[in-house]
Design a protein around this ligand. Structure first.
Ligand SMILES: [Zn+2]
Ligand SMILES: [Zn+2]
Length: 140
């Protein structure tokens, strides 16, 4: 069960709609990150459950996890949050494997990021952000 919240800065008015830490749905995990280049918070997909079919098992044996990532996922960029959400459901498939991704900015993988876990600070002015108590969206 995953939830997104509004976080708001009382000083500069910055707002973001993110989970506020690590969270998981049925088929993927997200982690909120702060990008120092964008000065923005994002929910990044850090782990995705991929189905293992006989074909992918063979590829995995040949290339290992790195190869599997190349076969199954985009080479550099983890799927965006909504992309992962829209990929559902996979429940008629028989085996799964969690594939981890590096924490990275969805705009550019060259951006400097760090994980952001509430309570934490505004990416623009460094004031502690306030969390709206009502979830904005409940996914999965
Ligand atoms: Zn601020
Ligand atoms: Zn960025």
């Amino acid at each position: 069960m995953g939830r997104s919240y509004w976080f708001e800065c009382s000083r500069c008015g910055y707002r973001a709609r993110v989970s506020g830490g690590e969270d998981r749905g049925l088929d993927f995990f997200v982690q909120t990150l702060l990008c120092r280049d964008c000065k923005h918070l994002y929910d990044a997909v850090i782990r995705v459950r991929f189905p293992i079919t006989p074909r992918t098992v063979v590829k995995q044996r040949m290339f290992g996890l790195q190869g599997m990532r190349q076969v199954l996922g985009p080479t550099h960029t983890p799927p965006h949050f909504l992309g992962a959400l829209n990929r559902l459901p996979l429940n008629d498939l028989w085996r799964f494997r969690w594939v981890p991704y590096q924490l990275q900015c969805p705009v550019s993988r060259l951006h400097k990021v760090r994980s952001w876990n509430y309570p934490d600070r505004c990416p623009r002015c460094d004031t502690p952000l306030e969390k709206n108590v009502l979830p904005y969206r409940i996914w999965d």
